[in-house]
Design a protein around this ligand. Structure first.
Ligand SMILES: [Zn+2]
Length: 571
């Protein structure tokens, strides 16, 4: 759940939340649904909490070893998903007659060593404790020696805001130290708030993502790029960074072995950053304020950085698992609606003292379970929807949406014949809600279709309450969106029936602090998947309506993907 791949072409990408008012004012683009309601009710009633939990138990069991790509966990996960698709009567999703799409990955396990010398003072960096470092170069050893250390603020170049943190300073061969997230510019009339005129205020823009930071470091020719971790702005604690980056990292296999990328991509803890700034005679908090100004210029940290990264390399043919329900209309069955969920998670970490297996029950055994049960509901419809439904269990989401990136770059069916992507990454495990969160609400007419289905359940749609965490860029739907395919990504609602208003945020915060990307992401005794099933019914109805509908889903005016889609459809 929630990491993104570098997207150089989308440096200007924007989260575009629409107001609820605008959404309500939007015309409903539904076409009448061809299927009798009774058939749809019968199909949706096949999806149950009991069936979901059975899949989740299996996929998140210790036997599956945390489902890392390229491990025995992948073998077991792929085999399980394929056999479930077969049992449900789905056809092979790959035109070659198999249920497999190969997704070739480069695996890199980096062992970093690093240290700083600032004003003559040695500052040790302990890997895994206060420092995380990796190299995406497909080389056995990568070294950066005595590279000048320079603070570049947020490290952002954003012409549309007249913002350039580098101001022409050459950072070639240097180690640049950057703040996490996008520039936190205070509102001049109320400094407690963020200025909406810069970087969408509280919402995170692509400039705030770590992927952007390493891309700009590459573009600037830096030797190393180090992000200062802070829990609030990052959206997750430092042990999430160590958990996600500590082991093997993956990329798609590339012809240049990634040698054009910045040599070292790293993070330091806030404490270590403060120590470094102090040694340079600077106050970190003061410098952070300065960095939130447009007139910021890079500040030398009066020191040198050295890193040695030893990489253990391998190439892995990982796999997406694909199955389809063929459309019943001869003229339309070559058009597709794609449901997706990533099957992978973080595997195991043998350096941990106690529980070593990242079970990923919520993230994303639960979404994979939902994908299988949606497949069951669709397979039961006789006749099938007019257009074909494709179900894709994606690999390597945790390593940067790589399975989705591979699919989008090598689609099994043309993207200009793909009407929509509906992605599931984590289901609601705490009971029924009267609403449903849509990440990027208002981006496409899929939201209108969803709103109409939700209304029939007496539920409403609400926008992402935490736009500052940049969820829009953090799951597989983004790979479809950036190619132009209208994509829908929902998250659990916020108003739990029979619970106080604070319940949702409390549960979310608990999950982020305790379980997100940790070995403890396991099935909990208090799970109640009744709400998850309600959410799946909505996603089922959206799929049915799109697959049977006369009008294709569209991006709304003002979204960054609309032009791409229109160009694609002219081909
Ligand atoms: Zn995840």
């Amino acid at each position: 759940m929630r990491k993104t791949t570098p997207v150089a072409a989308l440096l200007a990408a924007r989260h575009l939340p629409l107001t609820a008012a605008l959404l309500l004012a939007a015309p409903l683009l539904l076409t009448s649904c061809a299927k009798p309601q009774a058939d749809l009710k019968a199909a949706e009633s096949l999806m149950t909490p009991t069936l979901l939990i059975e899949h989740i138990k299996k996929l998140s069991s210790d036997e599956f070893e945390g489902r890392a790509p390229g491990t025995r966990g992948e073998e077991l996960s792929v085999a399980y998903i394929e056999s479930e698709f077969k049992k449900l009567g789905l056809k092979p999703g790959n035109p070659d007659g198999t249920y497999i799409q190969k997704a070739p990955l480069a695996g890199i396990d980096s062992s970093p060593e690093g240290g700083l010398v600032v004003n003559g003072k040695r500052i040790a960096l302990t890997a895994g404790k206060d420092f995380v470092g990796a190299s995406r170069r497909f080389l056995e050893s990568v070294e950066v020696k005595d590279s000048d250390l320079v603070f570049v603020g947020y490290g952002v170049v954003a012409p549309e805001y007249g913002w350039d943190d580098y101001k022409g300073v050459d950072v070639t061969g240097k180690t640049i130290v950057m703040l996490v997230n996008d520039p936190a510019v205070p509102d001049p009339s109320d400094p407690a708030k963020l200025d909406e005129k810069f970087f969408r205020g509280r919402a995170m823009t692509y400039y705030g993502r770590w992927t952007y930071k390493y891309e700009i470091a590459t573009a600037k020719g830096a030797a190393a790029a180090i992000i200062v971790h802070e829990t609030g702005p990052a959206g997750y604690p430092f042990d999430v960074v160590t958990g996600s980056w500590g082991g093997e990292n993956f990329d798609l296999q590339s012809a240049d072995n990634n040698t054009g990328r910045v040599a070292v991509e790293g993070w330091v803890s806030l404490d270590k950053a403060k120590e470094t700034f102090s040694a340079a005679g600077l106050n970190f908090d003061e410098m952070k304020k300065v960095a939130a100004r447009r007139d910021f210029t890079p500040v030398p940290l009066k020191g040198k950085a050295s890193f040695t990264i030893r990489n253990t390399l391998r190439k892995i043919d990982s796999r997406n698992v694909v199955a389809k329900v063929e459309g019943s209309d001869q003229a339309l069955k070559d058009e597709y609606v794609v449901y997706s969920a990533h099957w992978d998670h973080l595997g195991r970490d043998t350096s941990l003292q106690s529980d070593q297996i990242f079970n990923g029950a919520l993230d994303n055994a639960s979404g994979t379970a939902a994908l299988l049960e949606l497949a069951r509901a669709f397979a039961s419809l006789k006749p099938a929807p007019k257009r074909s439904m494709l179900f894709v269990a994606l690999t390597a989401e945790e390593q940067g949406l790589l399975g989705a990136a591979w699919y989008a770059a090598h689609p099994l069916y043309p993207l200009n014949k793909t009407l929509a992507n509906i992605n599931i990454d984590g289901v609601n495990q705490w009971g029924k809600t009267s609403d449903l969160v849509v990440i990027g609400l208002g981006n496409s007419t899929l939201d209108d279709t969803l709103a109409a289905a939700a209304k029939e359940q007496s539920r409403t749609l609400v926008p992402d309450a935490e736009p500052e965490k940049g969820f829009y860029y953090r799951s597989d739907h983004f790979e479809f969106a950036k190619k132009g395919v209208p994509a829908l990504y929902t998250e659990p609602g916020t108003r739990y029936i029979g619970r106080p208003d604070s319940f949702s945020q409390q549960k979310r915060d608990e999950y982020t602090a305790r379980d997100y990307h940790k070995p403890s992401d396991e099935i909990k005794p208090d799970w109640d998947l009744s709400g998850a099933v309600e959410d799946m019914k909505l996603l089922f109805h959206v799929g049915v309506r799109v697959a049977d509908g006369e009008k294709w889903p569209e991006w709304k005016t003002g979204t960054e993907f609309k032009a791409l889609r229109e160009a694609m459809l002219k081909q």
